[in-house]
Design a protein around this ligand. Sequence first.
Ligand SMILES: [Zn+2]
Length: 93
Amino acid sequence: MSGEDPQDADCGEVLAQLWLFLDNECDHERREFLRRHLDDCGSCLEEFGVEEQLKALLARKCGGDHAPDALKQRLRQSIREIMMRQAWLSTER
Ligand SMILES: [Zn+2]
């Protein structure tokens, strides 16, 4: 991940990183990458309606707490829908 600028990261790449983050323990480097992208982009996850869920997840995972399965499940479902929508959009263009 070093050398990558989160601000310039593709939102699709961010989603992929987010997906990996769900299945791993708190990864500070990845968390920082996600957080910085969200701070700067602000629109991608908000638009998809997962921003609040993601913030809750980041806080729980990295705060020493276990993220509830229900939260992870919901977020995973949201990410899947976003990815499917993006794949569909890219074939439309
Ligand atoms: Zn974005």
